[in-house]
Design a protein around this ligand. Structure first.
Ligand code: GRF
Length: 193
């Protein structure tokens, strides 16, 4: 039996990077995929130090250097190494048509709520404030809308009587750190990437 090829991932992140770290830890163990580069749009984001510590190359994308999103994405594409999958893990921008067309069905996003409920930047707090008793985490393909692409995987998180928002945030992140690597692992196993 031939040895399976290691899949090539590029991770996009804007902030803390706990999901970037969870992905890197996971694939360091399984070797089924490798993170070729981190794309980050926020100078000084904590995720940058995490990539540096691991020796993962960083591609800094400063949108203000370009006249518009299409120009920024075209410049980015020219710098990206060949990859099997782009993973948005806390990347706080809408992907434009330039990048979407360059990577059809090869961009996935992590969202901290059970889509189609509570899309957008504040999904955890929106679910909490609405009073839902079950929220969760979604991994989906990225399309031109906001958190609207086809759903690949979901996992629930229960909101108990006395649960506080910080407790819910911790619970969501714990689930994210497992669901995202497991979902990519499943895509690899099912030969979808
Ligand atoms: C995650 O909750 C993700 O779902 C959301 O942004 C957060 C990023 O967290 N889109 P981190 O930077 O991976 O720690």
């Amino acid at each position: 039996m031939g040895e399976a090829m290691t899949k090539k991932l590029i991770v996009f992140a804007s902030g803390t990077g706990s999901n970037f770290e969870a992905l890197a830890d996971h694939f360091d163990r399984t070797k089924t995929a490798a993170i070729l580069a981190l794309v980050c749009d926020q100078p000084g984001a904590p995720v940058l130090a995490k990539a540096k510590r691991r020796g993962i190359p960083v591609i800094a994308l400063n949108y203000r250097d370009y006249p518009d999103k299409a120009a920024a994405e075209a410049a980015l594409i020219a710098h990206l190494p060949a990859c099997d999958l782009i993973v948005l893990a806390g990347f706080m921008r809408i992907i434009g048509s330039t990048l979407l067309n360059a990577y059809p069905n090869r961009i996935i996003n992590l969202h901290p709520a059970l889509l189609p409920s509570f899309p957008g930047r504040t999904g955890i707090a929106d679910a909490f404030n609405y009073g839902v008793k079950v929220t969760g985490v979604t991994v989906h393909y990225v399309d031109a809308g906001i958190d609207s692409g086809k759903i690949i995987a979901q996992a629930p998180v229960l909101i108990g009587e006395g649960t506080t928002l910080p407790e819910l945030e911790t619970a969501i992140h714990d689930v994210e750190h497992h669901l995202l690597p497991q979902t990519i692992e499943a895509l690899i196993k099912e030969e979808k990437i």
